[in-house]
Design a protein around this ligand. Structure first.
Ligand SMILES: Nc1ncnc2c1ncn2[C@@H]1O[C@H](COP(=O)(O)OP(=O)(O)OP(=O)(O)O)[C@@H](O)[C@H]1O
Length: 863
């Protein structure tokens, strides 16, 4: 079924492209496309069926659980789909939703459920779309959210996340039935039953600094106690099983919400009433008022007790054996432990004097995200996914204000640490002395009282000898307990670092924050284990429509190759040479020049990205703009970025890959890519994120712009569509511009004479093979700063600590099986896929009406 999904997604993707001109079909031979391993490296998805990811996936024990819980018919279906050509499977009658009889009022119901793979399609134009979406976000993993259709997958992970936020099997089935256009298939009901039986049944709770395994089902705990691995982890002198009334769940109000404001108002009102009451005390006594009040209190207490009928059963386990228990429960017993922190009952750890300022109001999606974390009155560990600029910092701060215990924030750079500190002070009433920075450049003293420490990942994970004061601070950090650990930007930090962080720092709850769903290292699955499940993921397009993040116009500009460049391109023997020729295409250069000029005149701040350093220098020097790449010294980097931010005469900066992760970039409103890293969806998403923060987003009709310049009829077109996959799934439409109106009349247009073009071509041809390579910067934050050493490897340097490999954060809450299926398919038909796409472009080219419309739109934009 997954092939169908992906192909459908590809079709959806392509259909979002609004071609404004017919392109000559891309005629690149198969060997133009990356080998399976190259594609795997570039996109993080593909691999041959016999190699890499698929085999790895099959070996991964956790996935046995997934396999086990797949609806029984799933395996058979997969086999059927494996046969035949790629197109036929799109029309497999088995997957026709209309096979099931429709309910009479189906028009009012927005869901289609595919019995064969748990795929759910949601109609966005349905009257009950919002309610259905709120429900689906809880129980399924979003795969694609385009304008009219959203696609989700129900999987064991997503159901686990659902159970962990308090939904029961009955809730899930009832609501599926409510929203579904057809009767919910039996095997899906069975699937939900099987999965919810196992997941979320057992919790790991830290209470009074002791670890407990807790469940509402005594038989599950009895089973665990008899397990040869878990049994011995029980604290020897503790009673076998304790049964107590469940502590009151819920009743927690997250600060910054409407409820919190109402509570404040109610408290003020009550205070006033109390004062009045005191004045009337005498008369109360006369009429037995005190007595009546007492009765009412008793009554209410009894009423409360009735709410506490649930019982929990617990046994204590040895704190030093937590990892063994977690791993055994997760991997062997298929009973993942939910981690929860009963912070309101924690009397051992000092309370942090912090609250949100009365003027601080969190947005609805921030509240939704936090309610997933604190839904039952305890703090659940997990990951919250919000796009750049949507306010992850405030989410972290509100979590800290809710728990009111010591907090440790880990971030990716010293600048970011400074920003976190100022944001804490801006949004909350925390005493500034209680927010301490611990980075390589600033080492505040940690007080013994409850406090907030903001530090960099590299500072707490480094293994090298530390200076005396650093060591002291580090000892203080590792020697005490923290209520909350906030892990910022989890998508760019190697999982190995998380492992060290969570090993070294004792914390009751963990909150991971990230902007994208994508991560490209092989430890992705560990994040589920090391941090927790994904708790919430926002819809990018919805936030941009509501003005919380910038509205972005995405366009792919097709630049025809000049005759001479194309002749050389077709004759070039190596990928590097071809890549250099397509990047240096004079028409692309001109398009870049035109767009920079156009947007500078509009008052935009423009970042131009080139992964190829030769091209970066040629373009930037040719257009007299500043640039930064790996070899640029720190002082010059700072100088360029400061000018870009504050000097109105510097509106454009050229950046190499270094701009993706290693620079704290000022805000930009326009982004142009001239050469990019093959098909990396993560890089594309991350770059788009750079402009989502644009402050001008609240200006009437403000748009930020994201352009990819692509040399027509070269393999750049193939990579470009791969890169866009994630953003298209987020609902972004890429317009295709085949002609920039006014470019021919632009004064001082570079390479407008044959002579200039030939000089450029000669220079390009004279470049060595390596000039066509991308800059060698690995996409993790620490590659250029910290030597990453593997513990137990004798301190041997292990490259950059990151291996590019397929993986998505979606696996944390349900996308894992999807990622697997996509590997398998992509790997098998990598070349086919490429051909298919080219064919699609040809088809697209015939759609004259849409072409015209798109050209008009963009022409209007581009004058
Ligand atoms: N509830 C809110 N009320 C008012 N302003 C808010 C709110 N939430 C966030 N903001 C503002 O939105 C902007 C972006 O917030 P922030 O920098 O935390 O986003 P982010 O998601 O961390 O972005 P990035 O991933 O780019 O770091 C900031 O100016 C912040 O002050």
């Amino acid at each position: 079924m997954a092939p169908k999904r992906k192909a459908a997604a590809a079709a959806g993707r392509a259909s979002k492209r609004v071609a404004s001109g017919i392109s000559t079909p891309v005629s690149v031979s198969d060997d133009e496309y990356p080998s399976a391993s190259e594609a795997e490296e570039s996109s993080g998805r593909e691999g041959t069926p016999a190699s890499g990811p698929k085999r790895k996936y099959e070996k991964h024990k956790y996935d046995e659980v997934v396999k086990k819980y797949q609806p029984s018919s799933y395996a058979k279906t997969k086999q059927v789909e494996g046969d035949g050509d790629p197109a036929s499977r799109l029309f497999n009658p088995k997957h026709d939703f209309f096979n099931e009889p429709l309910k009479a009022d189906h028009r009012l119901r927005p869901l289609w459920i595919d019995r064969y793979n748990g795929r759910v399609v949601l109609e966005t134009f349905s009257p009950s779309f919002k309610q259905a979406q709120n429900f689906l976000i809880n129980i399924a993993e979003p795969q694609s959210r385009t304008t009219n259709m959203h696609e989700y997958t129900i999987s064991p992970h997503s159901l686990f996340a659902a159970v962990s936020v308090g939904l029961t099997e009955q809730d899930i089935v009832r609501q599926l039935e409510l929203f579904s256009k057809t009767k919910v298939p039996d095997n899906i009901i069975e699937f939900v039953h099987e999965v919810t039986q196992s997941f979320g049944k057992v919790r790991l709770v830290l209470k009074h600094n002791r670890y407990f395994i807790e469940s509402n089902d005594a038989s599950v705990l009895q089973m665990l106690l008899q397990d040869p691995v878990i049994g011995p982890c029980r604290v020897e002198d503790s009673v076998d099983l304790t049964t107590e009334k469940a502590s009151k769940m819920g009743g927690l109000v997250i600060p910054g919400t409407k409820d919190a404001v109402q509570n404040r108002q109610a408290a003020a009102q009550m205070e006033q009433q109390k004062r009045q009451q005191e004045d009337e005390d005498d008369s109360d006594d006369e009429y037995g008022g005190k007595e009546a009040e007492k009765d009412m209190t008793e009554f209410l207490r009894e009423d409360e007790d009735e709410d506490e009928l649930d019982q929990v059963h617990t046994f204590e386990i040895d704190g030093s054996k937590i990892q063994i228990v977690q791993e055994h429960c997760n991997v062997k017993l298929n009973l993942p432990l939910t981690e929860e922190y009963d912070f309101r009952a924690d009397e051992q750890n000092a309370t942090l004097d912090i609250d949100l300022r009365p003027s601080t109001q969190i947005r609805y999606y921030q509240e939704h995200a936090l309610s997933k974390m604190f839904g039952n009155g305890r703090a659940r560990s997990g990951i919250i996914v919000l796009p750049c600029g949507a306010g992850k910092t405030l989410v972290g701060i509100t979590a800290a204000c809710t728990e009111k215990k010591s907090v440790i924030v880990l971030c990716t750079s010293a600048t970011s640490a400074g920003q976190w500190r100022s944001e804490f002070i801006k949004w909350s009433n925390i005493n500034p002395d209680d927010v301490i920075i611990f980075t390589s450049t600033e080492k505040g003293r940690i007080p013994n009282r409850a406090c907030i420490i903001v530090c960099t990942y590299s500072m707490v994970t480094q293994n090298t000898r530390r200076a005396h004061d650093s060591k002291q601070t580090m000892d203080q950090i590792t020697g005490r307990e923290w209520g909350l650990m906030v892990l910022d930007e989890v998508h760019v930090v190697p999982a190995e670092m998380f492992r060290r962080v969570t090993e070294r720092i004792k914390t009751h709850s963990k909150l991971g924050l990230t902007a994208t769903l994508l991560r490209e290292d092989d430890k992705i699955k560990d994040l589920n284990f090391l941090i927790g499940p994904k708790l919430y993921e926002a819809n990018w397009l919805q936030l941009s429509e509501e003005g919380h993040i910038a509205r972005v116009q995405c366009a792919e500009v097709w630049c025809p190759m000049t005759t001479e460049f194309y002749a050389e391109y077709l004759g070039a023997k190596t990928t590097n040479k071809r890549s250099l020729l397509s990047t240096m295409n004079p028409r692309k250069f001109q398009a870049c020049q035109f767009l920079i000029d156009f947007h500078e005149r509009r008052g935009d701040k423009i970042i131009v990205f080139s992964d190829n350093v030769y091209a970066l220098k040629q373009y930037a020097e040719g257009l007299k703009k500043p640039y930064i790449f790996g070899d640029t010294g720190q002082r010059e980097r700072d100088n360029v970025l400061q000018n870009f931010q504050f000097n109105p005469a510097v509106s454009t900066v050229f950046l190499s890959k270094i701009g993706d992760t290693s620079l704290d970039l000022p805000e930009a409103t326009c982004l142009i890519q001239i050469s990019s890293h093959y098909g990396s969806r993560r890089q594309e998403a991350q770059r788009l994120g750079r402009i989502l923060r644009a402050k001008r987003r609240n200006d009437e009709g403000f748009n930020a712009f994201f352009y990819s310049l692509v040399s027509k009829d070269t393999n750049e077109m193939y990579y470009s569509s791969k890169r866009q996959a994630f953003l298209v799934d987020q609902g972004y439409a890429f317009k295709v511009i085949t002609h920039l109106n006014g470019i021919d009349r632009m004064p001082d247009l570079r390479f407008s004479t044959q002579e200039e073009r030939m000089t450029l071509l000669t220079d390009v041809l004279l470049q060595s093979e390596t000039a066509g390579e991308q800059e060698n910067i690995v996409d993790d934050l620490f590659s250029d700063r910290t030597t990453f050493r593997k513990p137990g490897a004798g301190g041997k340097k292990i490259g950059n600590g990151v291996k590019r490999q397929a993986g998505t954060l979606s696996s944390l809450a349900g996308g894992e099986d999807m990622a697997y299926l996509e590997y398998a398919r992509g790997s098998r038909s990598n070349k086919e896929l490429a051909k298919g796409k080219n064919a699609f472009f040809r088809k697209e080219g015939r759609d004259k009406e849409r072409r015209k419309q798109a050209t008009m739109d963009m022409r209007n934009e581009l004058g």
